[in-house]
Design a protein around this ligand. Sequence first.
Ligand code: HEM
Length: 362
Amino acid sequence: MAKTYSTRVLTFLMLISLMVVTLNLLSMAEAQNKKKAPRKDVPVVQGLSWSFYQKACPKVENIIRKELKKVFKRDIGLAAAILRIHFHDCFVQGCEASVLLAGSASGPGEQSSIPNLTLRQAAFVVINNLRALVQRKCGQVVSCSDILALAARDSVVLSGGPEYAVPLGRRDSLAFATPENTLANLPPPFANASALIKDFADRNLNVTDLVALSGGHTIGIAHCPSFTDRLYPNQDPTMNKFFANSLKTTCPTANSSNTQVLDIRSPDVFDNKYYVDLMNRQGLFTSDQDLFVDKRTRGIVESFAIDQNLFFDHFTVAMIKMSQMNVLTGTQGEIRSNCSARNTRSFMSVLEEDIEEAITIL
Ligand code: HEM
């Protein structure tokens, strides 16, 4: 009798714990879905969609996230490096992976341009490895530009930043920009807020987008020559004096090859401390610090410094907007099998393209 009673109690307890585990799993799955729910307040450009690879490569996002978790465990600095590559891709010709192309017989690629010399080679290797992993699982169906956009999102998330869904369906470019065009399209660190506001407006990014995207500088590093114009020969009076002295120790000469973290409060964490730095006049570049000097951007900096959720919300919107700039879709471009080189074309397809071009000219 006693035995039957205890067996019943045991069975009851097991059922309860099973229910608790199931409910937990369900709410975790729901939380994950919720986190990645597409934002309805950001328009998706024609040709992209929130569920582009649902049939052709449903696991693509899992593959990338899982691999990057391993990569960042070894070197979290690569998260910053990947985020910056995505920005440099989108601002030059659009988000079509042209920055990933190595130079060719036609000339040097975008990576040879001055601002891109400090992109980290190890990060390009990571993107190529992701490309190989995805291709092994799904075939040649996911573009390098989509892999880069997803890897940039995961760099943010795995450093502590906000989760967001990325519209997919980008195609890869057949050509890269010249080093001169690349230089002309990337804002320099000595730009002031007026120049940045104009540059971003030309790309349909508003003042809030500019301040939010600059928050990408909450992670990563810079080389001395990117900011020593603020130290030598004269010290920028808008810079905190103690901060300037510490930078002079890091960079004893203007051309020192040393590096400095961008956000002195939490260099590897994607948070809102970058804005706190700006309020304390500890922004590294003029392009950062001037956002707190200029009346049009100062209030936004302050609001992000006191409210991390507000920053995350605006950063997400601005990233989704930036990641859709001048994308190639449909039959434009190609899906590269190696992110560093365009696919080799057959003699016939070259001939067909030449005939098409000749007809267009006629
Ligand atoms: C607003 C105009 C911007 C300017 C003038 C600018 C300029 C720079 C410069 C000069 C560096 C340091 C390069 C070096 O010396 O190694 C840098 C690093 C970085 N930038 Fe920007 N940037 C801007 C916007 C952005 C945006 C929109 C993002 C991404 C959302 C971003 C993400 C990064 C990251 C993560 C790093 C660190 C890279 C690393 O650690 O390898 N930047 N940026």
